[in-house]
Design a protein around this ligand. Structure first.
Ligand SMILES: Cc1ncc(COP(=O)(O)O)c(C=O)c1O
Length: 479
């Protein structure tokens, strides 16, 4: 046996040790600070490339001591930063199994391909897209948006793969000012040029102004440009807002534009019959990006691109390579060639954790979990509204709440309020009791709480507001 290999009993023993570490990690997740800052401990990682190896148990010990002790923190009920979900432990188990299989998921008639194909169908069904919808799992929402926009670019500029965009009328992309920065990145990487990305203002509820979108399209057409793609938000990253998707779909139909929906954060909420009506129009999208690693609570990474019209992804990504071409009658042929639906050839078995999660919890289980997060956000908004020293930015559309400390009876300039709230956030995060990141909305700083966390309870949120008030008072008192 090669020295890299382990006999099955040793694999079992190490696996049991790893399972113990995982269970201990779960059991102790609320003992330490939410965010496991490495800080002064970084020196332990500053070691030379090992010339010779050491026993596996020693490596596991090092992982236990130096790595597992400093997590990002999203397993903790008081983690509210960015949109980083807490993970379903079953997903951890799934990742272990997937890694043991070490499947390469570009194509072929092996189980992983069928699992991913099924997962794509299930996600399309959750979103209300037709059964013929095609898709692919990606590393996350950024890649899911990129992949969808690549299909859109090709659909709107059929010779783009051969000719590039040189010498053609520029394609124009429209998205609201609340769109995620990955849209900007994708427009750049796809060569469409960020100058051709129109940032459309939003209304008082941070939803895209469809009237201004229509005007912008008109102006671009009159200027001889080619309006091509509209990106709608199904849960914007900053405020959790859903654009009027039905109106966007109408506009795209009328103007012959590709309608893409960035639902990386929010679209999976369609799993809930209670929340589904918020997304009317999503089912008319040409493409959707969504993230199982957000509201399906699978461990990182798993995003998904869904494209309504069969063949559009292959149009953008098919690249025959001699060594990958196989006899259509051969034993290898599977249901999908995923390397023809995205930029990657070698791909891991991300689908297993999504498949296992959907089988374990079912549509109803996920609906309840997502509804819980939305209920927690509404509870927090209510809590903030009930306190005279706090201000709520807006009613939460989904599970993001923006609020700020604004003590009654004290006249503070906006810039002072910004500073004060940043200091409150820094204090609370540095204390280790919470992890969240403030944000800027229309130029002002807000404490931004994103709840994609089935572990969060009302008392966690009450404690957050209590501590924010205490920190605010202490800062103003010069502590
Ligand atoms: C609306 C939206 N789009 C895109 C992304 C990017 O997704 P990812 O971080 O999975 O790449 C996010 C991330 O939070 C998001 O909220």
């Amino acid at each position: 046996m090669h020295e890299f290999d382990l006999d099955p009993e040793e694999v079992r023993r190490l696996g049991h040790r790893a399972a113990d570490l995982v269970a201990d990690h779960c059991a102790t997740r609320t003992n330490g600070p939410v965010f496991g800052k490495v800080g002064g401990g970084a020196a332990v990682f500053d070691e030379p490339l090992p010339e010779v190896g050491c026993p596996a148990d020693e490596v596991l010990d090092a992982a236990r001591e130096h790595v597992l002790t400093h997590p990002f923190g999203n397993s903790h009920p008081r983690f509210f930063a960015f949109i980083n979900a807490t993970a379903d432990p079953l997903g951890t188990v799934a990742d272990y199994l997937a890694s043991a299989m070490n499947s390469n998921c570009w194509g072929g008639d092996h189980a992983a391909i069928h699992v991913e194909d099924r997962v794509i169908h299930w996600i399309a069904e959750i979103l209300g897209l037709p059964a013929s919808t095609e898709g692919i799992l990606t590393s996350g929402g950024s890649m899911a948006n990129f992949t969808a926009l690549a299909a859109a670019r090709r659909a709107k500029s059929p010779r783009v793969r051969e000719d590039g965009l040189v010498g053609t009328l520029p394609l124009v992309v429209y998205a609201s000012e609340e769109a995620h920065s990955c849209v900007d990145k994708a427009v750049d990487l796809l060569g469409m040029g960020t100058r051709q990305l129109r940032t459309i203002p939003t209304d008082e509820r941070f939803r895209i102004r469809v009237d201004l979108l229509r005007k912008a399209i008109e102006v671009d057409r009159a200027d001889g440009l080619r309006p091509a793609i509209v990106v709608g938000n199904a849960g914007s990253v900053n405020t959790g807002v859903i654009d009027p998707l039905d109106e966007l779909a109408d506009t795209c139909a009328r103007e012959d534009l590709w309608f893409h929906v960035d639902g990386a954060y929010g679209a999976m909420a369609c799993v809930s019959p209670e929340l589904r009506p918020l997304f009317v129009g999503l089912e008319r999208a040409d493409s959707v990006a969504t993230d199982p690693h957000k509201w399906l609570y699978v461990p990182f990474e798993a995003g998904a691109t869904l494209v309504r019209e069969p063949g559009r992804l292959a149009d953008a990504f098919r690249r025959p390579a001699a060594y990958l071409v196989h006899d259509p009658d051969g034993p290898l042929v599977g249901p999908v060639l995923f390397n023809e639906r995205g930029p990657e050839l070698s791909r891991g078995f991300k689908a297993l954790k999504v498949w296992m999660g959907l089988k374990r919890h079912g549509r109803k289980g996920y609906a309840a979990a997502v509804e819980h997060d939305v209920a927690m956000a509404r509870f927090l908004a209510e809590e903030v509204r009930g306190r005279e020293d706090f201000e709520l930015l807006a009613e939460p559309g989904l599970s993001i709440v923006n609020f700020r400390y604004r003590p009654r009876g004290r006249m503070l300039e906006e810039a002072d309020l910004d500073r004060l709230n940043r200091r409150i956030a820094n204090r609370l995060v540095a204390s280790g009791a919470f992890f969240f990141a403030p944000t800027i909305v229309r130029g002002r700083t807000w404490l931004r709480i994103a709840i994609v966390n089935f572990r969060t309870r009302e008392d966690d949120l009450q404690a957050l507001v209590d501590e924010a008030a205490r920190a605010g008072r202490a800062i103003l008192d010069g502590d």
